[in-house]
Design a binder for this molecule. Structure first.
Ligand code: F6P
Length: 315
């Protein structure tokens, strides 16, 4: 608990909140270290070099200097936390072993700066983190013990779940995260849709789904950044994001380990759902760092409707 200067209100900080949820000391330490690292990432986003790093990642995407820097900032923190054995980052080609496995340690997969190409047009970006207990990173997302994201927008916010509700913290003027919303929940269905991918490459079922959403009066809200797009749906408590399978691209774009599993864990814990069109995202076996899947994520009924359209339309 910290008192805001000039205010009579006591604020709950991230560490205090994690403790109140009965989270173990090691996991509390780990989540707080990641939160701390984000202060340096936001500093880099605000003032750092917008150029390219001259390298490419596992997916052949050109790495920006900011991608590389954010990756280093977070990895260093994870290694020095002393509670992490294995680390996978969207910016690294292989799993990095920080420490030999021992009881009480965690493994972490993260996307240091998702949507980084939006920084030069001054749109919001984010860090996404998935945490498993023990050394195994390649396993279904339902086994995560925690996931979180940090959104670098006009304000910096952190949203986490340890499987016991979804909670939002906002960075204050001292760069501390204090609780802004607790136990965030999603309505069964919503009126916002966030569609990724080229529409002229949509399969018939996806196209029919878009027409259904438009007919029910849903508003288009797509920024091109997964973190702000998911955050909007979650904070409004209604809506659906999808990055579907496309003609010739059956697995869509987003990665299981770094994007889909952590976000699906958060959205499910807020009462929503996430599907690849046939399977629950959190049940999909993960076999490689670069594994991708189509995704429909958000309000339960909106996701169920997407599945219905996909399964009844010709392919
Ligand atoms: O995976 C990176 C990312 O930038 C996500 O943040 C975003 O949802 C998606 O790609 C946007 O892809 P597209 O530019 O194809 O809409």
């Amino acid at each position: 608990m910290a008192k805001e200067p000039g205010s009579s209100k006591f604020q709950v900080d991230l560490r205090g909140h994690l403790r109140s949820k009965g989270v173990s000391n090691n996991l509390t330490h780990l989540i707080c270290e990641i939160a701390d690292a984000s202060k340096y990432v936001i500093n880099a986003v605000r003032t750092g070099d917008l150029g390219v790093a001259g390298t490419s990642n596992l997916y052949g995407e050109e790495q920006l200097a900011l991608d590389v820097l954010s990756d280093r900032i977070i990895r260093k923190r994870l290694i020095h936390s002393g509670v992490v054995c294995n680390i996978a980052s969207e910016e690294m080609e292989t799993i990095y072993q920080a420490k030999a496995n021992a009881g009480g340690l965690y493994s972490v997969a993260y996307d240091p700066l998702d949507g980084s190409s939006l920084v030069d047009v001054n749109l919001a970006v984010g860090t996404i983190v998935s945490i498993f207990q023990g050394p195994e990173l390649l396993q279904p997302g339902r086994n995560q013990v925690a996931s979180l994201y940090i959104l670098y927008g006009p304000r910096v916010s952190l949203v986490y779940t340890v499987g016991d509700g979804v909670h939002e913290f906002t960075m204050n003027h001292l760069m501390e995260f204090t609780l802004s919303r607790e136990n965030i929940t999603m309505a069964p269905s919503g009126d916002i849709y966030s569609p990724g991918g080229l529409r002229n490459k949509y399969l018939p079922g996806v196209e029919q789904y878009v027409q259904y959403l438009e007919a029910k009066g849903a508003k288009l809200r797509y920024s091109g950044g997964f973190v702000p797009d998911i955050n909007q749906i979650l904070m409004k408590g209604k809506g659906v994001f999808f990055y579907p399978m496309l003609q010739g691209v059956p697995n869509g774009k987003l990665r299981m380990l770094f994007e889909l599993n952590p976000m699906a864990f958060i959205i499910e814990n807020a009462g929503g759902a996430a599907s690849d069109g046939t399977r629950r995202i959190l049940d999909i076996p993960v076999e490689g760092l670069d594994q991708r899947a189509p995704v429909f994520i958000g309000c339960k009924e909106d996701v169920a409707k997407a599945v219905e359209f996909l399964n009844s339309a010709p392919t």
